[in-house]
Design a protein around this ligand. Structure first.
Ligand code: FPP
Length: 253
């Protein structure tokens, strides 16, 4: 039995007092931070933190499917992460390939569609192949879209959008007067997902770190000191419960 199906059979959603069924955020963004510190606390190499981080991500995907979150965007590798030690970067690349290949059947069975957002071009061929394979093989799934932000940076994303808008305007494919927020959003990597309702960052850092800068305009933020590998379904539901207590006014009274 694979991870999602075994989980769906055996795992009971932890009860969180006051969690409302009808107000589940449709799109949640997560900055999965603290893998290195989790490993250091256990005197393990940093890569073990990333390995444990994948296990945490599994739980969050399963929980999302179960409670009806429709879009999940996870910050898996930033455009700055290339500057980490070579052995860590190599390990992360292998981890993406192995995790995606290993879990593909389960993700498929449970209706999870993979989309990779960011500039994958500079990554090794085996990584690009596993991304396109995962996207192709899950393209008909409809329960949850899992956006994997890889070599992603929000400022770069905005620059790409502006470049493409200018190119289309030059070709007269776009009337610049018609440019509005919704048209601009359609030039972003996340064009297939609504703006996030909730952004979670783990590990006690209170920064957005170039993640979904345009899209987070009206998102609610939830920061927790829990390190990513320790972030369980219970922590996730707690974050959603906190979100449900917020009064979202979108600038109105
Ligand atoms: C940040 O912690 C975490 C990362 C840079 C990598 C996160 C990646 C995963 C959990 C794997 C995801 C896998 C798939 C298939 C999407 P850090 O290393 O910055 O931790 P630190 O701040 O404690 O050093």
């Amino acid at each position: 039995m694979n991870f999602i199906s075994s989980f769906l059979c055996s795992w009971k959603t932890p009860k969180i007092e006051g969690l409302k069924k009808g107000n589940i955020p449709q799109h949640i963004g997560i900055i999965m931070d603290g893998n290195g510190r989790w490993a250091a606390k256990r005197r393990l190499p940093r890569i073990m933190g990333h390995k444990a981080g994948v296990e945490a991500l599994r739980q969050i995907i399963k929980t999302s499917v179960k409670i009806g979150v429709r879009h999940l965007t996870v910050f898996a590798f930033s455009s700055e992460n290339w500057d980490r030690p070579k052995n860590e970067v190599d390990f992360l690349m292998g981890l993406f390939v192995n995790s995606l290949n290993r879990e593909l059947a389960s993700l498929n069975k449970n209706g999870v569609r993979i989309r990779v957002i960011g500039d994958r071009d500079p990554s090794p061929r085996k990584v690009r192949n596993s991304f396109s394979n995962a996207e192709k093989k899950t393209e008909h799934n409809q329960k949850l879209v899992l956006n994997i932000a890889f070599n992603y940076g929000a400022r770069q994303e905005i620059i790409y959008a502006v470049q493409n808008i200018c190119k289309n305007a030059q070709k007269k494919d776009l009337d610049i007067e018609a440019l509005d927020e919704s048209l601009f959003s359609s030039y972003l990597y996340t064009k297939h997902s609504p703006d996030p309702d909730l952004i979670i960052r783990t590990s006690g850092e209170y920064r957005i770190s170039n993640f979904l800068l345009w899209q987070c305009a009206y998102a609610e933020f939830y920061f927790t000191r829990t390190l990513w590998p320790d972030f369980s379904a219970k922590h996730f539901l707690r974050a959603i419960s906190a979100y449900q207590k917020r009064n979202r006014r979108f600038g109105k009274v």
